[in-house]
Design a protein around this ligand. Sequence first.
Ligand code: FAD
Length: 460
Amino acid sequence: MAHVVIIGAGMSGMSLAWYLSGFRKDWQITVLEAENRAGGKAWTEKRDGFLVERGVNGVLDNKPATLQLASELGLSPLRSRDVSRKRFIVRDGRLAELPDSAGAFLSSGVLSLDGKLGVMREPFVPRGNMEVDESLASFAVRRLGKEAYRYLIDPMASGIYAGNPERLSLKSCFPRIHELERDYGSLIRAMIRLQAAARKRKQKGPKAGPGGVLTSFRNGMSELVDKIRNALGERVQTGCRVETSEPSGVGWKVNLENGKSIEATHLVVSCPSYAARDIFKHSLPDFSEICRHIEYPPIAIVAFGISKGALSDDLNGFGFLCPFVEKREILGALWDSSVFDNRAPVAYHLVRCLMGGMRNRHCLMKTDRQLQDAAFNELRQLCGIRKPPEFSEVFRWTRAIPQYHIGHSRLLESLKKVLWANPGLFVRCNWIGGVSLNDCILNSRNLAAEMASENLKSGF
Ligand SMILES: Cc1cc2nc3c(=O)[nH]c(=O)nc-3n(C[C@H](O)[C@H](O)[C@H](O)COP(=O)(O)OP(=O)(O)OC[C@H]3O[C@@H](n4cnc5c(N)ncnc54)[C@H](O)[C@@H]3O)c2cc1C
């Protein structure tokens, strides 16, 4: 009988196990998780009446994978409030609301007149060289101008990747944007044509900002984690760190830290690339070497419970991001209690600040107290908070989000070749095919279908 062993019980590994167990009831499936809990970066804390996400905040409903999985598991989603469509950036030391339409863009204070003209020139900018693996920064400056890059695109890269846009690869991080330039020669022309086509079909067209409604669950993202973990039952084994793995007679021998070994016909790597690098260091040095090139910056989440009376304004909106040029101590802040109904006791706001990222890699050297002071000082200045917080927690991710840097697609080509030479070996984690939970779950479902049909002998 086939025995699929999956290394890592994050949402990629567990959703893969879920779909595989649906497609192939005749296969044995085991998910090995190093930590004593499953879920990886999806992890909700409940403390003193606050519901705080350590990692994943929610998913957008315009890509259906996570919500479809939730529905299969019998979960009801929790939609964010309408007010959370309001998003802000820091501009000249103050919060400026991001426009959500062309009209609002023209009258907004997010860009100067010159900056706006730079964006309006976009349809006349010639198509770039599509063969070049261009950085997000170079693409944005070339098409939209320096100011739009600094104030619109750079904070987006912080919000999703905590990354450095000068190193992030446009085609690996935002493949759809790369395709729009390739197919239409201009992003604005593409939007106009796609919206017109959608109107003809009586559907909604694409939007310039992050389309879709942010969605989570009443008890946060851990509700999804707990449900899928329970559904998988004994197939998920926590506290089982995989130390090494090598080819064996059956397929793959998986050696655990506790001294035990497991034989697998199919082995799926669903752990971060830095963990895969160690696991295959001696048995597959080429694989290990590829994994070495993928960087993960640190991120600290500093959460505050703030009495509503301590604010001069209400926190109405999603939160704000800080463009790098503004030189702030935080990457941004999410006003969680404004986004979802039940994140804080009635008399409080819950605000989570993001710190660190690729351009502030020493951030985690600070003590909790230093992180809290620095983050709160920013909130005091930017959100007009008058009194100290009454609740605070710091969560640290030493290696948070894989960076799809320039050259990422070439790395994956090399990885494909290594996997082809090693039947029965697969990779399914967020360092391939998208970092959002929606992408992870969709990719897991697709890989499960391919593995189950036995068409794919190895790969990702
Ligand atoms: C702070 C933060 C906020 C985020 N916010 C959002 C958001 O709002 N929306 C969104 O869509 N995405 C968000 N993301 C991204 C998203 O969380 C991840 O891309 C996704 O959860 C990754 O899931 P995964 O299973 O691929 O990897 P992981 O969650 O990293 O899971 C990998 C698992 O492998 C395990 N493991 C490691 N080594 C071993 C070993 N040797 N043996 C066995 N197991 C091992 C780990 O313990 C872990 O459980 C966020 C990420 C971070 C860090």
